[in-house]
Design a protein around this ligand. Structure first.
Ligand SMILES: *[C@@H]1O[C@H](CO)[C@@H](O)[C@H](O)[C@H]1NC(C)=O
Ligand SMILES: *[C@@H]1O[C@H](CO)[C@@H](O)[C@H](O)[C@H]1NC(C)=O
Ligand SMILES: *[C@@H]1O[C@H](CO)[C@@H](O)[C@H](O)[C@H]1NC(C)=O
Ligand SMILES: *[C@@H]1O[C@H](CO)[C@@H](O)[C@H](O)[C@H]1NC(C)=O
Ligand SMILES: *[C@@H]1O[C@H](CO)[C@@H](O)[C@H](O)[C@H]1NC(C)=O
Ligand SMILES: *[C@@H]1O[C@H](CO)[C@@H](O)[C@H](O)[C@H]1NC(C)=O
Ligand SMILES: *[C@@H]1O[C@H](CO)[C@@H](O)[C@H](O)[C@H]1NC(C)=O
Ligand SMILES: *[C@@H]1O[C@H](CO)[C@@H](O)[C@H](O)[C@H]1NC(C)=O
Ligand SMILES: *[C@@H]1O[C@H](CO)[C@@H](O)[C@H](O)[C@H]1NC(C)=O
Ligand SMILES: *[C@@H]1O[C@H](CO)[C@@H](O)[C@H](O)[C@H]1NC(C)=O
Ligand SMILES: *[C@@H]1O[C@H](CO)[C@@H](O)[C@H](O)[C@H]1NC(C)=O
Length: 860
């Protein structure tokens, strides 16, 4: 019959499992509101009916092995309801309203291992449930009855012969006394009476208090309103390995002495004695007598948080056992003192938690103590003999009394003492306000150092002897300055560096040569988020070839300017929360090269990305790259018209952009070429208009520069009387007639290109020079002249000389060698004819004489 049920359930569940996978819970076939899970190897079923406002316990099939019904409204356990659940091992009825238990409540649960009735109302009904209530639970190992009893009541649990762990309320008025029935619970190893999870009041503990639970190894009596703990109260617990007496603020260190002296013959391993003082108490001195009893124990972990310890008696720490591995002394207002030397005695200490030194939770309802007169030493009495008898022995090593807030003198020590095996130290929130100077530590194996949440505004250093250091946390320190040498070569093994929430934006942009992080060659994780960094120099991370994670989120970066391609192992680059608009092509190709080698992701969420025609290449990169763009669905991008879009489909945005930009590009090309054409035309026109002037100026400048050494302007006398410009075809006339008439007969020195041009100079320069150096230029105008390029060149140059160099004179003198009609003449010649003199070569004998006279006159 039962097998048939199981089979059915298995088939149902298997079909579900194949759909959902086996780790999930599924609605139970017998109770749809509950969730079932099949345990694969055993084929038993776990049922979870929590948080469904159940009022009545349902009967569940016998193949259920675990039944969770916490947070419901169950008030009664019906008699025999579990009678068929013989294989049930765990039953959780916590957070209900159960008020009555009877002899038949747990009938059938002979295999139950774990039962929780925490947070019910058992004291509402007749809480006189007798021993037989639990008589069926022969195998029960764990029982939780916390938060049920409101007054002193010790239920008879003697039938729970297998019980190993008991969590229960314990309220007593005077001397607390665990009843004799516990003697029968031979296996009881763990007893939790803590008032933190239930109700506890143990005002006075004496030697008889725990007489019948001497078998207990793990005892939690934290938050139990303990007023007095007599010597001998705990010494009966010979096998005790774990003791928690925390948060009993009336005990004070005087009570601690009674505790530790009782523990000296125990097996104590973990001791929690935090918060033995009220926050309003005066500060205390930890004395040798308080902890002497621990000297010969094998104690490994100690918690002494929140005890207002201000200083420690000299040599007291040497009484802590050598076996000590873990020490938590948080929330104590420590001052530096002589005791610091003693830490070297803690030779096996691996972890020290010294965080939150000056921080503490204010308790608005401080515990009322019977005896408030117990002496505590305050700050000013630290050096009084009664408080610190032995501490006056000066060691000459550490200077006296250092006040909080001063730069502590410990930092002037040659070596800061560090226990030789200490690996982890947490000095976060220690209110350390200072520039970190040069420090050298004693020989150590420090791996993790947390100095976050202090105010180390300037890290000067260098820091030496930290060669084992792997993790350093300097977050939240208002640090705005690191020297180039702070990280000495001893930081060569540092792997994780957390600089979150500082002000390194003030110093990193100036580190052009990458000196600050130069020695951190093993770094794999670097957190620089929230540092107001505006930019990072190219070489800033040059030594970080092993970097895997770089967090630059929440800065004010506008661009990536530092090199990344050498960080071959980089896997995550977080740039979210910056002001990046675009990543330039050189960087994107560096990022691509990293992604080619392994998984590589970049987070650009919460930036000011731009989607316009300038950034189109960048947007295209997003659609094509192998780099995993983390959170890309959330990226926001500003379009060309200032509309902000999300990049949940970058391809679509890219296409939109492409479309926009091609039309834009065409328009742009058309516009630019139009403008260029316009300019070209204007320039062309201007050049054409002034072509002769430009040429003239050019040559004249050339001439002037080549004859700089010549005479000054005033007494300038022309080298030639006239420069004769003529066409080659008319040379006979010029060389014979003209030369004869003008030079030989009338003494006018002529400049003829055939005769006077300097060989080697280029023609144009020669022409310009000839015109410039002659008083007049005589133009032998003919049809051939008009046809010749060089003749026209000469003519125009002369014209320019006329216009720009010699304003008052007529430089050009035209002589028409042939009969020419105005139609044949170009405009600039006609112009000249109109305004200036000219002469025509006559053909008759008489006219000839007049002509030569006129010509000679004109040229003189
Ligand atoms: C236990 O099993 C018997 C036989 O199958 C059945 O008659 C009875 O109702 C069951 N009891 C409960 C409480 O489910
Ligand atoms: C409590 O016990 C008394 C007698 O011991 C009995 O009369 C009473 O009915 C009980 N009440 C409940 C709720 O069980
Ligand atoms: C302590 O443990 C040992 C060994 O487990 C045992 O023999 C001894 O009885 C225990 N002592 C007490 C007081 O239970
Ligand atoms: C200490 O006990 C008080 C009640 O006495 C409680 O309010 C507080 O939460 C406890 N603190 C710790 C740290 O256990
Ligand atoms: C410590 O034990 C002694 C003697 O057993 C007792 O007189 C004293 O009051 C105890 N101190 C505290 C603070 O409980
Ligand atoms: C520790 O044990 C040694 C010998 O085993 C003994 O001389 C010394 O007094 C003990 N110390 C304490 C504080 O009990
Ligand atoms: C120190 O204590 C804090 C607060 O309880 C805890 O978060 C941290 O893990 C502890 N540090 C170490 C190194 O144990
Ligand atoms: C140091 O202690 C703080 C709390 O005081 C905690 O947040 C932090 O995680 C701890 N650091 C380490 C490395 O355990
Ligand atoms: C500490 O570092 C200094 C400087 O590097 C070195 O001279 C000294 O030997 C080191 N001390 C120890 C204990 O390693
Ligand atoms: C940072 O520290 C260095 C080294 O001590 C110092 O020279 C420099 O002036 C400091 N810079 C700022 C901005 O404080
Ligand atoms: C900007 O351009 C996009 C795409 O063309 C368009 O969807 C959006 O409405 C425009 N926004 C404004 C304010 O013109």
């Amino acid at each position: 019959m039962r097998n048939k049920h199981i089979l059915h359930a298995i088939i149902c569940l298997n079909s579900l499992i194949t759909i959902y996978g086996n780790t999930q819970h599924h609605p139970c076939s017998f109770l749809p509101r509950c969730r079932c899970r099949l345990e694969q190897h055993t084929n038993f079923v776990e049922v979870d009916c929590s948080h469904i406002q159940l009022k009545v316990i349902p009967s569940v099939p016998s193949y259920v092995i675990k039944l969770i019904m916490k947070h419901n409204l169950i008030a009664v356990i019906p008699n025999g309801i579990f009678s068929n659940n013989t294989i049930l091992t765990e039953l959780d009825l916590s957070d209900n309203r159960i008020h009555t238990l009877t002899e038949m409540s747990f009938n059938g649960l002979q295999n139950l291992l774990k039962l929780s009735l925490q947070n019910n109302d058992l004291s509402k009904g007749n809480i006189s449930f007798g021993a037989n209530t639990f008589s069926h639970l022969k195998n029960l190992k764990y029982l939780n009855l916390k938060n049920n009893f409101v007054k002193h009541y010790q239920p008879d649990l003697s039938k729970l012969v297998s019980l190993e762990s008991l969590q229960i309320d314990f309220l007593s008025n005077g001397i607390s006394f665990m009843s004799e029935q516990y003697r029968k619970l031979k296996n009881l190893a763990m007893l939790d009476l803590s008032g933190l999870s239930g109700k506890c009041s143990l005002p006075i503990l004496k030697s008889e208090s725990f007489k019948f639970i001497s078998q207990v190894r793990h005892l939690d009596i934290s938050t139990c309103n303990i007023q007095q703990i007599y010597r001998g109260a705990l010494s009966v617990l010979k096998n005790l390995t774990y003791l928690d007496v925390s948060n009993n603020t009336c005990i004070k260190f005087e009570g601690l002495e009674n505790i530790t002296s009782d523990l000296q013959f125990s097996n104590i391993n973990i001791l929690k004695v935090s918060y033995l003082h009220k926050m309003s108490d005066l500060t205390t001195v930890l004395k040798t007598s308080h902890i002497k009893g621990l000297h010969n124990t094998s104690l490994q972990n100690v918690y002494v948080d929140g005890n207002r310890i201000q200083t420690i008696e000299k040599n007291a720490l040497t009484y802590l056992p050598k076996s000590l591995k873990f020490l938590s002394v948080r929330q104590n207002p420590f001052k530096f003192g002589y005791y610091l030397e003693d830490v070297l005695h803690l030779s096996n200490l691996e972890t020290a938690n010294i965080s939150d030194l000056y921080r503490h939770k204010t308790n608005f309802y401080p515990e009322k103590c019977f005896f408030e007169s117990i002496c505590t030493c305050n700050e000013d009495s630290v050096n009084e003999p009664s408080c610190m008898d032995q501490s006056r022995i000066s060691s000459g090593y550490v200077k006296d009394k250092i006040r909080k807030g001063d730069i502590p003198d410990i930092f002037s020590l040659i070596e800061i003492p560090i226990p030789t095996n200490l690996k982890h130290i947490n000095y976060s929130s220690g209110s350390l306000v200072m520039d970190l100077p040069k420090l050298m530590f004693s020989r150590n194996k420090l791996e993790t150092v947390d100095i976050s949440n202090n105010i180390l505004h300037s890290l000067i250093g260098p820091i030496f002897n930290v060669t084992s250091l792997k993790t350093l946390n300097v977050a939240n320190n208002f640090c705005s300055n690191i020297s180039n040498f702070f990280f000495s070569t001893d930081f060569k093994n540092l792997e994780r560096l957390n600089f979150q929430n500082n002000l390194l934006g003030y110093v990193l942009p100036d580190d052009i040569d990458g000196k600050i992080f130069h020695n951190l060659k093993s770094l794999t994780d670097l957190m620089l988020s929230k540092n107001r960094i505006p930019n990072l120099p190219r070489k800033i991370l040059k030594s970080q070839r092993n970097l895997q994670k770089l967090d630059l989120s929440d800065n004010i970066l506008t661009d990536i300017t530092f090199r990344v391609s050498h960080m071959m192992h980089l896997q995550e680059l977080d740039l979210s929360g910056n002001r990046i608009t675009i990543i330039s092509a050189p960087i994107t190709s560096q990022l691509n090269s990293l992604a080619r080698k392994h998984n590589f992701s970049v987070d650009l969420n919460d930036n000011l990305l731009e989607c316009n025609c300038i950034s189109i290449k960048f947007i295209e990169w997003m659609t094509t790259t192998n780099v995993r763009l983390k959170n890309i669905k959330k990226y926001k991008c500003m379009l060309w018209n200032r509309t902000i879009v999300t990049l949940h489909n970058p391809k679509e945005t890219y296409n939109l952009l492409k479309k926009h930009c091609t039309s834009y590009e065409q328009l742009e090309i058309a516009l630019v070429s139009g403008i260029l054409l316009f300019i070209a035309i204007i320039v062309g026109a201007v050049v054409y208009r002034f072509r002769w002037k430009l040429r003239y100026l050019y040559y004249i400048v050339k001439v002037k520069y080549s004859s700089l050494h010549s005479e000054t302007e005033e007494e300038y006398s022309y080298m030639y009387g006239a420069f004769v410009s003529y066409a080659d075809e008319d040379r006979i006339f010029v060389h014979k007639t003209l030369l004869q008439k003008l030079e030989v007969e009338n003494g006018i020195q002529l400049c003829l290109h055939m005769r006077n041009f300097l060989p080697g100079n280029d023609i144009a320069t020669n022409i310009a020079s000839a015109i410039h150096n002659s008083r007049k230029t005589l133009v032998i105008m003919s049809h051939n002249f008009l046809k010749s390029y060089w003749c026209m060149f000469e003519y125009n140059m002369a014209r320019m000389e006329n216009v720009y160099e010699r304003r008052d004179e007529n430089v050009v003198f035209l002589m028409f060698y042939e009969q020419m009609s105005p139609r044949d003449l170009p405009l600039n010649v006609l112009e000249m004819i109109q305004s200036k003199s000219y002469i025509e070569y006559p053909n008759d004998e008489y006219g000839d004489t007049v002509f030569w006279d006129q010509l000679v006159n004109a040229l003189k």
